[in-house]
Design a protein around this ligand. Structure first.
Ligand code: TYM
Length: 331
């Protein structure tokens, strides 16, 4: 049994990328490992959310974790800001994280490019906080999507550097994990890159979207004029639709549309209709539970209190040992 940690930023509703990249793995891993799944509300502060929205966004992720099947009796589910030990470890790790390596992180460079007016220190040290999230429980496995791979590499660097600095093999090395053996990148519907919350409403399909909304979004997905030669390589926007089909449809369905494409008989309208229906089926069990769980305030309070107690127990043990290693002593 290994220790597993993963989190999702509290920036709104979960989409299929979050689900297939991360949450689906959480649900499976909770049966086999010692799992800690949290809501990264501190991380969400890097983009300065409105105080009026913060709690609702945290609640949304908590509700959707539960709706997706994370069982609070099996896994520890908690809210990052309720475990202050993480902030303490972040402080220590910041002392040996260097400016150059933080500036080179792809996620930092993307953020600087997209939001040049808000290049705050929290953005720069985002990977350090993420390392603290993971190392606080001495985790070895971290279920995440492909976009988080570099952050995991940095978490290993910070943990190893701490170990070397204090000549103590304290932190184990955490590795990104997906059950499918490869980390995944779920594409969006806009014909460009990955599915994401900041890429516009139409790019992402959310777990809470109604069947009508899913149909509308998928039917509007970008396509081209169709293949002009047999067995033609698919352009990105078409490959994206096939990649989405790979996760929500049966292998037979995928094969069927692939054959049609290769024979130049594909009708994108049919493919999109099928894709939308399969997305609706894949998300139905979660969609149905989201509302009921969201209305059960007593249950949500219980889950978050119980989770915070369990997470702090584990975190306090680490912080106590880390303080000893660093050399803090009581008078
Ligand atoms: P976040 O909130 O952006 O995304 C949460 C999880 O969803 C995955 N994901 C995707 N996977 C595949 N395809 C996509 N299109 C896609 N979009 C999102 C992400 O890879 C991620 O696993 N920094 C993290 C949150 C975090 C964390 C941690 C994760 C904070 N501390 C400690 C693990 C361990 C983030 O912003 O994820």
């Amino acid at each position: 049994m290994e220790t597993v940690v993963s989190g999702i930023r509290s920036t709104g509703k979960l989409h299929l990328g979050n689900y297939y990249g991360a949450v689906q793995n959480f649900v499976k891993m909770q049966h086999e490992h010692n799992c800690f799944f949290f809501i990264a509300d501190w991380h969400s502060l890097t983009t300065h959310p409105n105080p009026a929205d913060l709690h609702g966004n945290v609640k949304q992720v908590l509700v959707e974790y539960l709706a997706a099947g994370i069982d609070p009796e099996k896994a520890t589910i908690y809210i990052q800001s309720e475990v202050p030990e993480i902030a303490e470890l972040y402080l220590y790790l910041n002392m040996n994280a260097y400016l150059g390596e933080l500036e080179r992180a792809t996620s930092f460079k993307d953020k600087v490019r997209d939001n040049p007016d808000n290049v705050n220190a929290g953005l720069l040290t985002y990977p350090v906080l993420m390392a603290a999230d993971i190392l606080i429980h001495k985790a070895t496995k971290v279920p995440v999507g492909k976009d988080q791979e570099q952050h995991l590499e940095m978490a290993r660097t910070f943990g190893n550097r701490f170990n070397r600095m204090y000549n103590n093999e304290y932190f184990p090395e955490p590795y990104a994990f997906n059950f499918s053996a490869k980390l995944v990148k779920i594409p969006g519907l806009d014909g460009k890159g990955k599915m994401g919350k900041s890429e516009g409403e139409a790019n992402a399909v959310y777990l809470s979207d109604s069947p009508e909304v899913i149909r509308k979004k998928v039917m509007r997905a970008v396509t081209d004029a169709g293949p002009t030669i047999e067995n033609q390589q698919k352009p990105d926007e078409i490959q994206n639709l096939f990649d989405l089909m790979k996760v929500v449809s049966t292998p037979d369905t995928l094969q069927h549309f692939d054959d049609l494409y290769n024979k130049m008989q594909i009708r994108y309208g049919d493919l999109k209709k099928q894709l939308a229906e399969d997305m609706i089926i894949a998300t139905a069990p979660m969609r149905e539970r989201i509302e009921a769980i969201a209305n059960d305030e007593v249950y949500l309070r219980q889950v978050s209190i119980y989770g915070a107690i369990k997470a702090r127990e584990s975190a306090q043990k680490t912080i106590k040992e880390v303080r000893e290693i660093i050399g803090f002593r009581k008078f």
